[in-house]
Design a protein around this ligand. Structure first.
Ligand SMILES: [Zn+2]
Length: 112
């Protein structure tokens, strides 16, 4: 393989890491929106986005006890909530943000 990149032993490289792809997609679409993402078991929800009173950075919590595909879908779902005003709920603006995040992820993966 003439153009192959040599990877040194001991190096671990993720190619198209879906979490990194989603982080880049969100940052590309909403560069001024900060967010902190946690993976932890939740009692009632698969995912949760919240902005505590007095805090400037919203936090997203995703329960990792879902399938891998569901974790990614839940993360995109909660990122869409962070991207739009709270009163958007699951309406038109939220759906547009959700679609944009997923489309941008596809675009990033497609060009790498
Ligand atoms: Zn929701």
């Amino acid at each position: 393989m003439k153009n192959a990149i040599r990877i040194k032993p001991g190096n671990v490289v993720f190619v198209n890491n879906p979490f990194e792809v989603m982080r880049r997609a969100f940052k590309q679409l909403y560069p001024k929106v900060p967010v902190r993402i946690h993976f932890r078991e939740l009692e009632r929800d698969l995912g949760l986005a919240e902005l505590q009173p007095g805090q400037k950075v919203p936090h997203i919590y995703v329960d990792p006890r879902q399938t891998f595909a569901e974790v990614l879908k839940t993360l995109a779902h909660e990122l869409a909530h962070v991207a739009v005003p709270t009163d958007a709920k699951h309406g038109k603006r939220w759906r547009a943000a959700f679609k944009a995040i997923r489309s941008e992820c596809q675009r990033i993966v497609g060009r790498s």
